[in-house]
Ligand binder design. Structure first.
Ligand code: HEC
Ligand code: HEC
Ligand code: HEC
Ligand code: HEC
Ligand code: HEC
Length: 236
């Protein structure tokens, strides 16, 4: 099949693809040599990740490099129907959870596989860590603080009489004040924090921004750190 399509190509095109493949292989092999990691790094490591190995997240894709290169190249040239993972598999939750498993997470991602979260999954992939923590941007959190709206607009807020906040949640939701949520609540519930009951006591947009960008936490002490997770998993 493939060989037939290849034979049908004009000799000049065959030569061009051949040269392209060789150049790609040489460049690829050079980039993979030890010590050259920074050549192909996609950008600065995120907060806390400067000292962890690339291989903690980037797991090799099945098959060998030349096979993958050939399949992707022939796919690009329209000769085969499918591309393949090139060198590395996409980074998934499994990698993150090996070091960051938190049994008390107030937003466990498995919950978001339920049918009711289909719109939120479509809108921004809420079921994946890397949707909110895109790596290689040199930040702690890559998503906008307004992310809460994707789900909480559909979760009925607590009854007015139970609400301790001076501007009740029903008003905040009605007025689409999504920028205020992270001013009082963290996302994972992993900080020892007294949740304010007055809107004026919340963190400012600027304080939230500097934290998401990688600054010190304004939410206080973290209950569970990576070292504790790894101890729980028996990795340390
Ligand atoms: C904490 C996890 C993590 C670590 C550590 C990490 N990366 Fe990544 N990297 C990612 C994620 C997530 C992506 C987005 C694409 C994906 O899912 O593969 C990515 C993308 C990339 C890409 C772009 C590939 C593409 O598919 O667009 C390169 C190149 C890369 N990383 C190189 C490196 C190198 C080199 C290191 C070590 C210095 C490193 N990474 C360390 C998580 C990580
Ligand atoms: C090999 C272990 C390891 C892996 C895998 C890993 N991390 Fe980390 N991460 C760390 C360490 C170590 C720190 C810094 C110390 C700490 O936060 O306890 C850190 C810090 C962070 C922080 C900042 C914590 C803070 O408030 O200072 C975030 C956010 C984070 N990681 C998200 C992720 C995500 C998302 C993934 C998956 C793409 C991931 N990590 C994969 C080890 C890891
Ligand atoms: C819907 C967006 C979203 C998703 C999905 C998400 N996070 Fe976060 N994460 C945030 C936000 C916002 C913060 C900052 C507020 C806070 O500290 O809780 C944060 C903070 C963190 C922190 C630092 C504070 C802490 O809890 O220790 C770590 C570590 C972290 N996330 C890891 C992860 C991992 C691992 C996953 C996947 C299992 C993940 N996150 C999925 C939005 C998200
Ligand atoms: C993908 C959907 C989703 C997103 C995005 C989301 N949440 Fe939630 N959140 C939930 C669900 C589901 C619950 C549980 C509701 C229940 O038990 O009735 C919840 C519960 C909570 C709780 C109460 C937790 C408890 O223990 O009582 C707080 C506080 C909260 N979310 C804050 C936030 C903030 C702040 C953001 C934005 C940074 C956010 N959420 C984004 C789905 C989401
Ligand atoms: C002024 C601070 C403040 C702001 C702003 C705020 N909350 Fe709250 N929230 C609280 C307090 C206090 C509670 C009571 C429970 C507690 O102590 O965590 C609460 C409880 C909740 C609960 C749990 C409800 C239940 O039935 O147990 C959810 C969910 C929640 N908030 C979501 C949000 C979302 C989404 C936003 C953004 C629109 C938001 N909050 C904005 C202070 C705030």
């Amino acid at each position: 099949m493939l060989a037939n399509r290849w034979k049908k190509l004009a000799p000049e095109r065959q030569a061009a693809y051949g040269v392209g493949l060789i150049v790609a292989c040489i460049a690829g092999v050079l980039m993979l040599l030890p010590g050259n990691e920074s050549w192909h790094a996609a950008g600065p490591q995120n907060t806390g990740h400067t000292r962890i190995e690339c291989s903690e997240c980037h797991v090799r894709a099945p098959g060998n490099f030349v096979g993958q290169a050939f399949q992707n190249l022939t796919h690009a040239a329209g000769l085969t129907d499918s591309a393949t993972s090139f060198v590395f598999q996409p980074v998934g939750n499994d990698q993150c959870l090996r070091c960051h498993l938190n049994p008390d997470d107030r937003h466990p991602l498995v919950d978001f596989l339920e049918p009711e979260f289909e719109p939120a999954r479509q809108a921004m992939g809420v079921q994946f860590c890397v949707s909110c923590h895109q790596e290689h941007l040199g930040v702690r959190v890559s998503v906008t603080p307004l992310v809460c709206q994707y789900c909480h607009q559909d979760i009925v807020p607590m009854e007015l009489e139970d609400d301790p906040v001076d501007v009740p949640h029903t008003s905040l939701y009605r007025d689409l004040r999504w920028e205020t949520c992270l001013g009082c609540h963290d996302f994972h519930g992993n900080h020892d924090r007294e949740v304010p009951i007055q809107l004026s006591q919340r963190l400012t947009a600027e304080q939230i921004r500097q934290y998401l960008d990688g600054g010190d936490s304004p939410y206080g002490h973290r209950r569970l750190t990576v070292i504790q997770t790894m101890q729980q998993n028996g990795d340390l």
